[in-house]
Design a protein around this ligand. Sequence first.
Ligand code: AMP
Length: 484
Amino acid sequence: MTASFSNLSLAPTLARAVAEMGYESMTPIQAQAIPVVLTGQDVMGAAQTGTGKTAAFSLPLLQRLLKHENPSTSPARHPVRALVLLPTRELADQVAQQIKLYAKYTQLRSAVVFGGMDMKPQTLELKKGVEVLVATPGRLLDHIEAKNAVLNQVEYVVLDEADRMLDIGFLPDLQRILSYLPKTRTTLLFSATFSPEIKRLASSYLQNPITIEVARPNETASTVEQRFYAAQDDDKRRVIRQVLDERGLKQAFIFVNSKLGCARLARSLEREGLRTAALHGDKSQDERLKALEAFKQGEVDLLVCTDVAARGLDIKDVPAVFNFDVPFNAEDYVHRIGRTGRAGASGLAVTLVSPSDTRLVADIEKLIKKKLEVETPQLNSRPAAPSADRWGDRADERPRRRSHEGGRREEHDPRDALDAPRERRGGFRPAPVNRDPFFEKPYEPQAQEAAPAWEPTTPRPARSVISANIKPKRKVAALFKSVE
Ligand code: AMP
């Protein structure tokens, strides 16, 4: 079933902008959410980045705000009517760029504010008046305190990537921001998963929300082949190399739990001749963008990243994802492996399980409601002898559980690493112990991806990864300083 934008009776100014984007049909979240948001009801949407959810909430919001559009230059005639909150500057910037494109033929103004940037240009823009304000919570509070942003005329608030905002510890900031808003308003909450915390947030701030799910929450795509291999830390790199070689895979994401571990692993892979880049919270914006671009251009094969650094990156169709560390939060497992097997293409997710990870694997099993078998890979050459205190060595870099004590944290800005020729080894034979037919499905690395019905066949205007709003810049406090 494909739903067309023409059925929506969007205002001509918005319809024109959508047509220019080259969108032919609505994505599932758009088909479900737009008609509901147009009625002004609260929405609780389960959808990840990449599903088209930005248009799903911003098009109907803009449509409803059109009654306020006016050509006046007076700031008083352009109060903030819609507030969109996101956890990171990259996401805020991506969403703001999209909203600008959708609103370009209207007289509605939009702006974005996030941390790590000079407040002055943001202040000037806010003072001129904007109807749609996209923001990260910490910086928005700074502007509220400085009286640059007045929110008493807000009619719509969007809590986007709400699960991640809670993960980061933004709950107290969100609560404060929401306390400044009028009680009568429409609230839209989008989250990749509906954890108990998200449900609590929704029950506190949403009124009779309509629940919209494009994929069942906490469900991993059936197109992803999930493998769990027992591996000591010293063997993990060899397992990764053998899997890549065996499967003929060119590129992959490798997730680690700590930024120290991330940097260390990237360096080791680099030394082994693999073209690797690292993305973690201590990297500058500039380095991060370079790493991403290099990966997209195929100049880098392995992107080693932490969960926060990888969140919201607009990279689709990675053929494989490795979990070098089993994630501490089972929900991060779902996010991580959601990077592969997108849009009907098959993907591979390999999780390397250390002896101490049993409980974390059990958490994943519980979340995704699948029985997981940890296989023993047969390495084709001698592994380094495991040392007795290996786990002790790593204990320091492991995040303790994420703290939710709140307080403001800066958004992350990861960085890239170096290039080097890549070499491969072969001959990996995992022991076939898994009996679940789900895990027996063959993986086709070069399978032609079936484009979803909503994927445009005509080229869309190119979208830069990041706008001029984000400048290569100075040191920014690491997001998870205390935990990565
Ligand atoms: P989002 O999930 O909002 O970050 O969107 C992911 C990407 O999908 C963005 O690059 C959008 O421009 C694109 N997109 C959104 N809606 C559609 C659509 N109906 N058809 C094709 N592409 C879309």
